[in-house]
Design a protein around this ligand. Structure first.
Ligand code: HEM
Length: 322
């Protein structure tokens, strides 16, 4: 009898183990039966959102990045703080995030079409892709099936997100801890073709006792006219001046001319591999290659630490646990 029970239990245990320990299993068309119009619904809402506010493309792309780098792409960045818990979105590097309302709006549409089916983590991933497409950037297939996490902790976000002052060794280490390499670093930094930044993210480069040699002095002078002090929290500067609402390779032209806004952008000129990439795309002849690389790196980033199967939950509202 004992042998019989054991022989029945073993396969069962293996099955449970397999279900809980499999590597991320995301799929194209994951919702093909449970919510077949998911991509069309997200796209339709995104068209409305971006037509009304084109400057939201950057923030929506950044939300996905900040989600994936902390506890994996599990929508933990969207959870509101509660009395007993300071959540990721209230961590210092996340205070400049925008677009939360747009995510809730898209999620609400999906909840009315297919209640309790599509995770907030998948919504964020699709919205980031669509933000890039609608900003005239590349498109890529999005694998789906992420589940939403149930933990969100501000201290973790401060520890895990790359800081604007990051140099190559630090950035490489942070990216490697997410399974991303040096190429992903230089390629994904190209996301800074979209969007704007607040003075405190770069003003230390303008108001140091000795001028920052990695920043073009004429450009520094221009930036000083806008950003009057290190503490100026209200002035915004474009990272890719002239085309900050369009996804293209021109960010690399600025970086190549020592006009990258953050130290992390400038750092790309200090390593042979990343420098070569910057200079290549800066010629303007390799935007297609950059688009392809960006798509590949975004797919990789969208796989970081995902929850699948029976892990986590499918949140009904993205800002609060079920
Ligand atoms: C390499 C490491 C990175 C560092 C150190 C970094 C740092 C920053 C900083 C400091 C800002 C400005 C925040 C503010 O002052 O408002 C910013 C903005 C932005 N970042 Fe990054 N970033 C990095 C990588 C990425 C990646 C991988 C993506 C996406 C794939 C991304 C997308 C964006 C976008 C779109 C904005 C503009 C957001 C807006 O317009 O509000 N960044 N980043």
């Amino acid at each position: 009898m004992a042998i019989m029970i054991r022989s029945l239990l073993l396969p069962l245990t293996l099955l449970v183990l397999a279900a809980t320990s499999t590597v991320a299993q995301l799929e194209i068309g994951y919702y093909s039966k449970s919510c077949p119009n998911v991509e069309a619904i997200v796209r339709e809402e995104m068209v409305k959102i971006i037509s009304a506010a084109p400057s939201l493309a950057g923030p929506l792309l950044r939300l996905h990045f900040h989600d994936c780098f902390v506890r994996g792409c599990d929508a933990s960045v969207l959870i509101d703080s509660t009395k007993g818990n300071l959540a990721e979105r209230d961590a210092k590097p996340n205070r400049s995030l925008r677009g939360f309302g747009s995510v809730e709006r898209v999620k609400a549409k999906l909840e009315s079409a297919c209640p309790g089916v599509v995770s907030c983590a998948d919504v964020l991933t699709l919205m980031a892709r669509d933000a890039v497409v609608l900003a005239k950037g590349p498109s890529w297939p999005v694998e789906l099936g992420r589940r939403d996490g149930r933990t969100s902790n501000a201290a973790e976000a401060s520890d895990e997100l790359p800081p604007a002052f990051g140099d190559i060794p630090l950035l490489t280490k942070i990216f490697a801890s997410k399974g991303l390499d040096l190429k992903d670093l230089v390629v994904l930094s190209g996301a800074h073709t979209l969007g704007t930044a607040h003075c405190p993210s770069y003003a230390d480069r303008l108001y140091n006792a000795t001028a920052d040699p990695s920043l073009d002095s004429e450009y520094a002078e221009k930036l000083r006219m806008k950003c009057r002090s290190v503490n100026d929290g209200s002035t915004l500067s474009e990272m890719d001046p002239g085309s900050y609402k369009t996804f293209d390779g021109s960010y690399y032209r600025h970086v190549a001319k020592r006009r990258g806004l953050f130290r992390s952008d400038a750092a790309l000129l200090t390593d042979a591999t990343t420098r070569e990439y910057v200079r290549r795309v800066a010629t303007g002849k390799f935007d297609d290659a950059f688009f392809k690389d960006f798509s590949e790196s975004m797919i990789k980033m969208g796989n970081v630490g995902v929850l699948t199967g029976v892990q986590g939950e499918i949140r009904k509202k993205c800002y609060v646990l079920n």
